[in-house]
Design a protein around this ligand. Structure first.
Ligand code: ADP
Length: 274
């Protein structure tokens, strides 16, 4: 199996924390798959993301046991190259915008400039990504003079343009209206079609059901379940443990429990209609 990321016996505590934020984590991430990460607030999802991109223990310090491997190499043995391999999209796009560029075009180009990419290549890649993320009409606007959905698309563009193999996206739609959410997921769908390895933290379980291949469920710092979304999102025992499941899956499972011949439990509305 081609694992792009592996966590082996990982336990991590933030400095001065009494209990670990991540406990006994063993998980392997397959290249090219889309993982949805779910769990209650404080269950360790953001800490998990920080572990994968090497921010733990480098930035947050604290005590790390076990190892996190990206393409077979420990995150602690990487220098700056890890940030070229793993793109991270923040929950709040304000955090992503550099604040030093006056137009959206320059903002999207900024990371490539920092990596010393030749000017013609920067132009080409920025134009392509702006088209893909549907922000061409915003090229001359100030990055802070945008709606939430537009700003999140710019934030995504500024990461995608770096062509990372792995994208970690932390609740990209938590501050967006349905229209903004739809436009962001149109981009995520394109990334999926390009077979990027995607790790998405998302509260909206219906979006996980629609887009993810695999689901990881965290609770109190532990990975309590992981596996194929179809099976996992119809497992009612997870509901008892506090995990959100799609309404159609809950209904399908309950109908089956009552003896109705439901051949496959639907996890999306589309599947339910079929
Ligand atoms: P989630 O993303 O699922 O909401 P987090 O990974 O943010 O969960 O948090 C996991 C645990 O670690 C929580 O108990 C939280 O309070 C704690 N925590 C998160 N960030 C820090 C930090 N920078 N310093 C200390 N404790 C933290």
């Amino acid at each position: 199996m081609d694992y792009i990321i592996e966590c082996k016996n990982v336990t991590y505590s933030y400095p001065l924390a009494e209990i670990p934020a991540i406990r006994d984590l063993n998980v392997s991430i397959e290249r090219g798959k889309f993982y949805g990460v779910i769990g209650e607030n404080g269950s360790g999802k953001t800490t998990f993301c920080a572990l994968l991109r090497g921010f733990i223990p480098d930035f947050y310090k604290g005590e790390l046991q076990g190892e996190v491997l990206v393409e077979g190499k420990k995150t602690t043995d990487y220098g700056g190259e890890l940030s070229a391999k793993i793109g991270y999209v923040f929950q709040n796009p304000f955090t992503q915008i550099s604040g030093v560029k006056e137009t959206v075009f320059e903002e999207v180009a900024y990371g490539l400039e920092n990596f010393g990419v030749p000017v013609e290549e920067i132009e080409r890649r920025v134009v392509d990504v702006m088209q893909m993320t549907d922000i061409e009409s915003l090229a001359e606007k100030n990055p802070f003079d945008l709606s939430g959905g537009q700003m999140q698309r710019v934030a995504l563009a500024s990461v995608i343009v770096l062509e990372p193999d792995i994208l970690i996206i932390d609740e990209p739609t938590s501050q967006l209206d349905p229209e903004g959410t739809e436009s962001v997921f149109a981009i995520i769908k394109t990334l999926k079609e390009k077979h990027k390895t995607i790790i998405l933290v998302e509260h909206k379980i219906d979006l996980i059901a629609e887009y993810a291949d695999e689901v990881l469920v965290f609770k109190e710092g532990r990975l309590i379940a992981s596996g194929d979304k179809q099976e996992l999102l119809s497992d009612l025992s997870l509901l008892e443990q506090g995990a959100a499941l799609p309404q159609v899956a809950i209904l399908g499972s309950r109908l089956r429990e009552r003896g109705l011949p439901v051949s496959r439990i639907p996890v999306t509305e589309k599947q339910a209609i079929e």
